[in-house]
Design a protein around this ligand. Structure first.
Ligand code: HEC
Ligand code: HEC
Ligand code: HEC
Ligand code: HEC
Ligand code: HEC
Ligand code: HEC
Ligand code: HEC
Ligand code: HEC
Ligand code: HEC
Ligand code: HEC
Length: 454
């Protein structure tokens, strides 16, 4: 093998010791550039000033939502501070949109610009850093009293368990429903057919019908539609969250659970309503019946084994009035003690009719966060509600815990759903928001020079 002989002497000979004393094209260019560039920049600055443009000073492009105001720095920068430029003022932000503060109990209020970072180009202004929240929530202080909430949250990774799942917490709903039984294969369905129930046979996302009557001063008195999210729909359209509508007898149970009241009427059912409505219905139907079958007044009623003896003593009617009273009492005996009681808590009341306990099905569980089923429709229901198919009691809480969410929502990475606080929480108390009145003309907003100076 041949070896190359390279000594330091040979190498040193290659270096041109006169290099810096000879003129060179590139080096003179460099000198002239260092003189010309600042001069051009200053000239450009001056021209911009003369033309009235303020873009020159900007520390970066405005967010998409504000980009149209690029020529009108003074819309936000109204607060004098130092000679060169004014600070953006909260008051200026509030002239265009209301943004009610967080909590009456907060000890300080950060400025708008500290959370909504401007001059960062196309970034979503709403996508605030966790530090905007953890500056308080990693060591929560309150103006008055003790904090009502977890006091040390520094990231979603060490977020506390949701309070709905605290030990001992129960579902306060009063409609009896055994999920385990209803999810069995081969359940008896309508017309004795064997069926397999699916979660969405009873649970579907409801999209609110927006009732614009709600907030208009000259509207009628028509009761406004209830918004399950509890937010003012006309203000918060963008953040409306889709909840699952509470199950209803008429849509989800009636196909299998019928409300028959007397064999004389075949499959006819009582209305699913308050006991006094049911009572009035029964009185009317039996009156109509006996008017067309008067001979039955004196017939002895065969015992109905479905009705407990205690409730239905053997009685013989002497008049149509008696007959109606007895038959209504029989029917009610069956309904209150068996039919309605299967699903309801029947409470005694001062009147002769019992009271049906309020159903009290929770429409929204997580009042301090926003969860949206629509955003998770790619998953099976039981991947989050793992306990539902095994639950026997209404009082069981079937919601997923924080660990389920943490599987996908975590620290920013390519393989994560958004894990910062703003994804699940509101900062502003939007229930206090007022609509703002527009105050600016078009030239005041976009600058009068722009059309000629694109
Ligand atoms: C939509 C509101 C808005 C508009 C319009 C706007 N800014 Fe800003 N600007 C802000 C906010 C918010 C900050 C950060 C808070 C502050 O002022 O310290 C900021 C900061 C700045 C800063 C840094 C100030 C400092 O003290 O650190 C400069 C420089 C600046 N803006 C220039 C401009 C210029 C020039 C324009 C017009 C081309 C402009 N801004 C238009 C909202 C705005
Ligand atoms: C001249 C009126 C005007 C001023 C002043 C103004 N904004 Fe806006 N802002 C708008 C408009 C218009 C939109 C877009 C429509 C909307 O979403 O309401 C918007 C949108 C936003 C959004 C939502 C954008 C997003 O990415 O989803 C935030 C947050 C916001 N502004 C914060 C601020 C803050 C903070 C200030 C003060 C530094 C400010 N705005 C000053 C008019 C204004
Ligand atoms: C200036 C301090 C401060 C900042 C900043 C702050 N919070 Fe709070 N937060 C509080 C206080 C105080 C309470 C109420 C504590 C109490 O009454 O027990 C609270 C309550 C809450 C609650 C529970 C009550 C509710 O209203 O739902 C949530 C959730 C919450 N904050 C989330 C956030 C998020 C998300 C951010 C960031 C976008 C944030 N906070 C920024 C001080 C702050
Ligand atoms: C036959 C109708 C029916 C079917 C089918 C059904 N549910 Fe329910 N579900 C109800 C009723 C009624 C309630 C309200 C009573 C209660 O709170 O248990 C309820 C309540 C719930 C709740 C909220 C209450 C809590 O304690 O967390 C969840 C979550 C739920 N169901 C999930 C499911 C899932 C998941 C499935 C499918 C595996 C399912 N359900 C199938 C009728 C049904
Ligand atoms: C198969 C179960 C089932 C049976 C049987 C049933 N209900 Fe209901 N009932 C429900 C469900 C589910 C709701 C809650 C949603 C709704 O309004 O449909 C409800 C709600 C009610 C309410 C409103 C309660 C409130 O929240 O204020 C009344 C009143 C009522 N039922 C009366 C009756 C009467 C009277 C009977 C017997 C004739 C009866 N129900 C039989 C399932 C049942
Ligand atoms: C597909 C038919 C079907 C639907 C829909 C249905 N059920 Fe049932 N349910 C049944 C059958 C069948 C039984 C009786 C099972 C048994 O006793 O063996 C039953 C039993 C019950 C029981 C008694 C459970 C027990 O543990 O003894 C209650 C309470 C009940 N259903 C409530 C409801 C409610 C509330 C709804 C509507 C939200 C509903 N069911 C919808 C078929 C249905
Ligand atoms: C993936 C969704 C998600 C993210 C991200 C998230 N949270 Fe939560 N957080 C929730 C849910 C759900 C609850 C339960 C709300 C309820 O009980 O009404 C909650 C509850 C809270 C509470 C009330 C706790 C209590 O004691 O009841 C506070 C305070 C809170 N979060 C702050 C934060 C802060 C600060 C961050 C960012 C570091 C954050 N959260 C990130 C979903 C989230
Ligand atoms: C990503 C997890 C996740 C998936 C998937 C999911 N849920 Fe939920 N579900 C939740 C959370 C969290 C809540 C509590 C929301 C609230 O009320 O604030 C909830 C609440 C509910 C409730 C109570 C009513 C309500 O809206 O609060 C029902 C009923 C329910 N889910 C049924 C279903 C059904 C049916 C499916 C499948 C179509 C499903 N869920 C899929 C997480 C999930
Ligand atoms: C299988 C992964 C997965 C799980 C588990 C999951 N999420 Fe999500 N979530 C997503 C995806 C994907 C999105 C939509 C994209 C995004 O915002 O990053 C989303 C969006 C959201 C949003 C914003 C919805 C919107 O429309 O703005 C909230 C709030 C949320 N999730 C809360 C939760 C909570 C609370 C849990 C736990 C009960 C949970 N997620 C569990 C994947 C998941
Ligand atoms: C502690 C951080 C923080 C401060 C301070 C803050 N915001 Fe926000 N802001 C948020 C977060 C987080 C959201 C998104 C969640 C929500 O709607 O509350 C938001 C949402 C908004 C939106 C709604 C955007 C939309 O289209 O839904 C506007 C407008 C807004 N802020 C303006 C302001 C103004 C004006 C100020 C000053 C008065 C301000 N914010 C102060 C964190 C903050």
């Amino acid at each position: 093998m041949l070896r190359r002989a390279r000594t330091t002497k040979q190498l040193a000979r290659r270096i041109d010791l006169q290099y810096f004393t000879r003129p060179h094209a590139l080096r003179s260019w460099r000198f002239w550039l260092s003189v010309v560039v600042p001069v051009v920049a200053l000239l450009w600055f001056a021209v911009q000033r003369v033309e009235g443009g303020k873009k020159t000073y900007s520390s970066g492009p405005l967010a998409q939502a504000h980009a149209v105001f690029t020529q009108q720095c003074s819309l936000c920068h109204t607060q004098k501070a130092g000679a060169l430029f004014e600070h953006a003022s909260d008051q200026a932000c509030l002239t265009c949109h209301d943004a009610p503060a967080h909590h009456a109990n907060q000890t300080s209020t950060p400025t708008c610009g500290s959370c909504h970072v401007e001059h960062n180009g196309a970034l979503r202004l709403k996508a605030t850093a966790d530090a905007a929240c953890t500056q308080c929530h990693s060591n929560l202080q309150t103006r008055e009293g003790h904090p009502h909430f977890a006091t040390s949250i520094s990231s979603f990774a060490q977020h506390p368990e949701f309070s709905a799942l605290a030990p001992g917490a129960t579902d306060a709903g009063r409609i009896r429903l055994n999920h385990y039984l209803h999810m069995q294969a081969g359940l008896v369905g309508p017309n004795n057919a064997r069926v397999q129930l699916q979660c969405d046979d009873c649970h579907r996302v409801k999209v609110a019908t927006i009732d614009t009557n709600k907030a208009w001063p000259y509207s009628g008195t028509k009761a406004a539609g209830k918004d399950p999210s509890g937010q003012k729909p006309f203000l918060r359209l963008a953040s409306y969250r889709a909840l699952i509508a509470p199950p209803e007898f008429a849509n989800h149970c009636a196909g299998c659970h019928t409300l028959q009241f007397d064999k004389r009427f075949g499959n006819e059912q009582v209305p699913h309503d308050k006991p006094d409505v049911v009572h009035a219905f029964l009185a009317k139907r039996f009156s109509e019946y006996i008017a067309t079958h008067p001979s039955q007044v004196h017939e002895v009623e065969p015992p109905n084994r479905e009705i407990p003896e205690r409730i239905r003593p053997l009685r013989i009617a002497t008049s149509q009035k008696d007959w109606i009273e007895f038959r209504v009492a029989d029917a009610e005996g069956l309904l209150w003690a068996k039919t309605c009681k299967q699903c309801h808590e029947i409470q005694p009341s001062a009147s002769s009719l019992p009271k049906i306990a309020e159903s009290n099905i929770t429409a929204r569980w997580l009042n301090h966060a926003s969860f949206d089923h629509t955003a998770h429709r790619m998953m099976t229901c039981t991947s989050c509600h793992t306990r539902a198919p095994e639950s026997h009691e209404t009082s069981d809480v079937l919601l997923p815990g924080v660990q389920t969410c943490q599987k996908c929502h975590h620290e920013p990475s390519k393989e994560a759903a958004e894990g910062r606080c703003f994804e699940c929480h509101r900062y502003h108390n939007w229930s206090e928001a007022q609509p703002t009145k527009g105050r600016f003309t078009i030239p005041e907003l976009i600058g009068s020079t722009r059309p000629n100076n694109p």
